[in-house]
Design a binder for this molecule. Structure first.
Ligand SMILES: [Zn+2]
Length: 399
């Protein structure tokens, strides 16, 4: 299999086709998958690796891994991407479902979710009053779905493509999926084509915001599966360039996620949200990122190595992609004892790349860590309550 990306595709922006991608951040030999469960430490250590070279398009502000190789991915039911085990994330996604259903008057209507994962959000949308839902995702696991009215759902274990254009719905929803797709404009145009002349279709997307990643040098939010990185502005520009109007453009979940609503449009639409005028600001932040990243990396290495030199026990809380990126980018090995995660499906497995074991929070009662590095600050109160409940009071360092 030839995995080389042709030179021409490397440099032209896949979002707008107008700008040339300018590389500003490189990480070498990172695991190609960070949510895939590793059954043994050996497999985790030997997992396939590739390079990541983030490029920036000065014309539309889009950011992407310019050497991304989609052929290495194995999206399957062994993907443990679900955040549905966290009460904080559940509360957020429930309130989003409730708000969308109320605001857009979706009671009694149908929804198609592209990249539905294990189906939790689809169930929440129907729970808020939508009539029925169709979910498509290669990682869907039927046994994990527990609903009282299964006849209102249809799930397809596959990647969405034009062959599913016959699936009609009042709402097309796509959460935490577009960042995994390299030909972003092609994907949006495909959705636009499948909607056709049904102009009252509502399009709802949610995905990570890269602006915050740039300003905080939050390098743990940059990993191989995410080949495409958006700000509110670059996402809105993509919507408008591919035949959609923008109805809503917000940052949610402590500013980590962009929430956008759109509707098909037959004519050119005009910029109407303050979040769309960000091209100059992204250009500035991209220029500052390399120096800022070097500072943040130095800070973490000196903190961790310093505590380790004093004989302190350190664990990482959160065994998802952020942890994989944090551990591999910093090159951490035995400075970290292991990784804790609340998702029971991850326990007994290993972190791809560095091979750290993933254990349950209850295991902390035995090792009594001195420091917990928390991969997502949004979970700080949830985690500190859980630790206090076990009689533990380690230092919590949120990234
Ligand atoms: Zn562009």
């Amino acid at each position: 299999m030839n995995s080389e990306v042709p030179e021409s595709q490397k440099s032209t922006c896949p979002n707008c086709s107008r700008g040339q991608m300018q590389v500003f951040y490189t990480v070498q030999h990172i695991p190609v998958h960070s949510v895939l469960l590793m059954p043994t430490r050996e497999r985790a250590l030997n997992y396939p690796r590739r390079d990541l070279k983030l490029g920036f398009c000065p014309k539309c502000g889009f950011i992407a891994n310019t050497v991304f190789d989609p052929t290495v991915h194995e999206y399957s039911t062994s993907c443990e991407e679900s955040q549905g085990f966290s009460p904080t994330f559940n509360a957020f996604s429930r309130s989003l479902a409730k708000r969308w259903v109320e605001h857009y008057d979706l009671k009694g209507k149908s929804i198609l979710e592209i990249g539905c994962g294990k189906g939790e959000f689809l169930v929440q949308m129907v729970g808020e009053g939508m009539a029925n839902g169709i979910g498509i995702d290669p990682a869907f696991v039927p046994e994990r779905l527990n609903v009282s009215s299964p006849d209102r759902f249809e799930f397809i274990q596959d990647l969405y493509s034009e062959k599913y254009s016959h699936l009609r719905a009042d709402v097309v929803c796509c959460r935490h999926t577009l960042e995994h797709i390299a030909p972003t404009a092609d994907f949006m145009r495909m959705i636009r084509r499948t909607i056709g002349d049904r102009s009252d279709t509502l399009v709802l997307f949610e995905l990570p915001d890269v602006f915050r990643v740039l300003t905080e040098a939050a390098f743990w939010d940059i990993y191989y599966e995410h080949c495409s990185y958006f700000t509110t502005g670059s996402l809105a520009r993509l919507f408008r360039q591919t035949g959609f109007d923008v109805l809503e453009l917000d940052l949610e979940y402590d500013g980590q996620y962009i929430v956008i609503a759109g509707a098909p449009s037959l004519s050119q639409t005009t910029v109407s949200f303050s979040g769309e005028a960000d091209l100059e600001a992204i250009t500035d932040e991209v220029a500052r990122f390399p120096a800022r990243f070097a500072d943040v990396k130095r800070h973490w290495l000196s903190t961790i190595n310093g505590m380790r030199a004093e004989g302190k026990k350190l664990i990482v809380w959160g065994g998802g992609s952020k942890a994989v990126s944090f551990l591999t980018t910093l090159g951490l090995e035995d400075q970290i004892d292991y990784v804790v995660d609340i998702n029971p499906y991850k326990h007994g497995k290993f972190i791809p790349g560095t091979g750290h074991a993933v254990k349950s929070p209850d295991s902390l009662k035995d090792i009594r860590p001195d420091c917990v590095i928390l991969m997502n600050p949004v979970y700080e109160s949830e985690v500190s309550e859980r630790l206090a409940g076990m009689g533990l009071s380690p230092k919590i360092l949120p990234v």
